[in-house]
Design a protein around this ligand. Structure first.
Ligand code: NAD
Ligand code: ZN
Ligand code: ZN
Length: 391
């Protein structure tokens, strides 16, 4: 079958790879209907995440039709239309029982690499390197989904594939940030990054009752989406002093919850921006924490900062003094999708949550290299490129 694979730093190629097989009784095989690029793939393709091998199948956000089921699968059957969170979780370990699914003790069959990096291994993720379990991803005609009763969710009849697709990763990630960031009714929430993840964090905060939500980016077409499709306020950081602007918009106090949805390749301005880029390129720091620093500065005293953007290792010039003296709560997570998908599909079914605008580009899987180029360079207003392996 055809699949889009990692072919070296900043190279994506479409190649013939072996078809997936059922490996244990809780697996299903999906025929992928739609699969989409994610900002996390850019860090991976750019060579910032260790343990990619050439030929690894990319992709972790997808919908599909069940075409084969293992003998132990109870929840889904052949012919079902499903969406699956990007993190693989067993549903039975201590972490899964706390609904911290991306921390599953059994989701990553190769925990050694991340244990070495971080002291403990989080779960595994589809199409996200051998550090995250070495699972073949969704940019393919067919895909194996382990722990299918935990990971597969039926898409309601009234919800299109294009809408449901984003319940796999972008929306669930946004939900994780807004919920575990502690958003309460009446709160002011600021979100850095107006990619699919930042937009969905903003929408989640609104649906959790936030009174005012502000999203920060510099790309005009994304800021326009924030206003038009999310219904939040938008701030252009390239022309605005963000910390001062947020103070101004919040009666001098600052946001209650600050969500960072930018990640390790953040775009910086001024001297610290150049400093971070040089240090990252010389491998003296692995990540560029521009937006996290700004979130810590902007957050109101006693507020909470949630890191959704992907970071791999060490950062420099981190304002720990502000975290301590301002009494902030600092938290982060890979998304705990299995916890939020049912609630999200409900919002999608009722029309309270729409995602179609994120799918700015749709093409056959054979054009994956071009699809990634458009997405990476953020040209032609691209927010996400959707691939249809069947077309
Ligand atoms: N925690 C999780 O489970 C999870 C899941 C999916 C994605 N992610 C991560 O979330 C982040 C966002 O993902 P995405 O798909 O929306 O990415 P994206 O690349 O489409 O969007 C990132 C946005 O951040 C903006 N940006 C860059 N520097 C900025 C700055 N200094 N201040 C404000 N905005 C800035 C860019 O202009 C861009 O619009 C990535 O790091 C991705 O890896 C995490
Ligand atoms: Zn992702
Ligand atoms: Zn588990």
């Amino acid at each position: 079958m055809k699949a889009a694979v990692w072919a070296g730093v900043n190279e994506v190629a479409v190649e013939d790879v072996p078809e997936p097989q059922l490996l244990n009784s809780h697996d299903v095989i999906l025929k992928i209907s739609k699969t989409v690029t994610c900002g996390s793939d850019l860090h991976l393709i750019g060579g910032y995440i260790p343990a990619m091998r050439t030929g690894d199948v990319l992709g972790h956000e997808f919908t599909g039709e069940v075409v084969e089921v293992g003998s132990g699968v109870r929840k889904v059957a052949v012919g079902d239309r499903v969406v699956v969170p990007s993190f693989v979780a067993c549903g039975n370990c201590w972490y899964c029982r706390q609904e911290l699914y991306s921390l599953c003790d059994n989701g990553n069959p190769d925990p050694g690499i991340t244990e070495g990096l971080w002291g403990q291994s989080p779960g595994g993720c589809f199409g996200y390197s051998h550090a995250m379990g070495g699972y073949a991803g969704s940019h393919a005609e067919y895909m194996r989904v382990p722990y299918a009763d935990v990971g597969c969710f039926l898409v309601p009849d009234g919800v299109s594939d294009t809408r449901a697709l984003f319940a796999s990763d972008s929306v669930t990630t946004g939900w994780t940030g807004a919920h575990l960031g502690g958003t309460k009714p009446g709160d002011v929430v600021a979100v850095w990054g107006a990619g699919a993840v930042g937009q969905m964090a903003a929408r989640a905060a609104m649906l959790l009752g936030a009174e005012q939500v502000v999203v920060i980016d510099r790309l005009p077409e994304r800021l326009a989406q924030v206003r038009q499709h999310v219904g939040a306020e938008a701030v252009d950081y390239s022309t605005t002093d963000v910390v001062a602007e947020l103070r101004e918009r919040t009666g001098g106090r600052g946001p209650d919850v600050c969500i960072e949805a930018v990640g390790m390749e953040a775009h910086g301005t001024g001297v610290t921006g150049v400093y971070d880029q040089v240090k990252q390129q010389l491998r003296l720091q692995t990540d560029r924490p521009v937006a996290v620093r700004e979130a810590v500065r902007a957050c109101r005293k006693g507020g909470s900062v949630f890191v959704l953007g992907v970071f791999a290792g060490m950062v420099d010039k981190f304002p720990l003094g502000a975290v301590m003296n301002k009494g902030l709560t600092l938290r982060g997570a890979q998304q705990h999708g299995q916890r939020y998908v049912p609630e999200i599909l409900g919002h999608m079914e009722r029309g309270e949550l729409t995602t179609e605008h994120l799918a700015t580009h749709t093409m056959p899987l054979s054009q994956a290299a071009e699809g990634y180029r458009i997405f990476k360079d953020k040209v032609d207003g691209c927010v996400r490129t959707v691939f249809e392996p069947g077309s």
